[in-house]
Design a protein around this ligand. Structure first.
Ligand code: HEM
Length: 175
């Protein structure tokens, strides 16, 4: 997992919960990296899961909620990596339909070692989009948060439903 996902996570915890909690998280989570992430480095995604799991212990906020909140925080920051890429799209559904075929393809060119999920369109209507999230990493709620962050970016109101399907996750977005 790219370092930017870790550095922005610490930024969010610091902004929303204070820097003492960042210190406590780094001190009390077993991390190979010892907490010294750089945005261009690449780290084991299980370190992020361990950090989120400890944040849950310290705050009592459910893990899925923490991942969702983090996705919302992360979207505008990811959008900053390649603003010209985001500017191609005029609304949430247009962007979501291109995450797999355009956005993450460009991300992979920028960071050849990026580990990205797969999104398949299950159905697409004017007010409803069903996407299948497939990844060997358990970040469906991060995806939900990123979609909410993206909706906010376009000033759109949506509701999102997450449904586990065997190994994959069905994400239904209604606007
Ligand atoms: C709403 C739109 C998007 C969704 C739903 C989405 C979803 C995700 C998810 C769920 C991951 C975590 C990895 C995994 O689950 O296997 C991820 C990773 C990532 N995405 Fe996206 N993404 C979106 C838009 C973007 C944009 C706009 C950018 C930047 C231009 C971007 C760049 C990245 C990067 C850099 C990673 C980290 C890869 C790694 O850790 O190796 N994403 N994305």
């Amino acid at each position: 997992m790219k370092g930017i996902v870790f550095t922005e996570f610490f930024e969010m915890v610091e902004e929303q919960l204070g820097f003492e909690l960042v210190d406590k998280l780094i001190d009390e989570t077993e991390l190979k990296t010892a907490g010294s992430y750089t945005s261009v480095g690449t780290y084991d995604h299980r370190e992020l899961l361990a950090l989120v799991s400890n944040l849950h212990k310290f705050t009592n906020i459910p893990v899925n909620e923490l991942l969702e909140n983090y996705g919302q925080y992360l979207f505008p920051r990811l959008a900053d990596i390649a603003p010209e890429l985001i500017n191609k799209f005029e609304n949430l559904f247009d962007l979501l339909l291109a995450v797999d075929s355009i956005i993450h393809v460009e991300v992979q060119k920028l960071y050849p070692d990026a580990e990205l999920p797969k999104f398949t369109t299950a159905s697409h209507k004017d007010n409803e989009l069903k996407l299948i999230y497939s990844s060997c990493r358990p970040f469906a709620y991060l995806a939900k948060g990123l979609i909410l962050g993206c909706a906010q970016y376009y000033d759109e109101q949506v509701s999102i439903n997450i449904e586990n399907m065997h190994k994959d996750t069905l994400i239904t977005v209604v606007r």
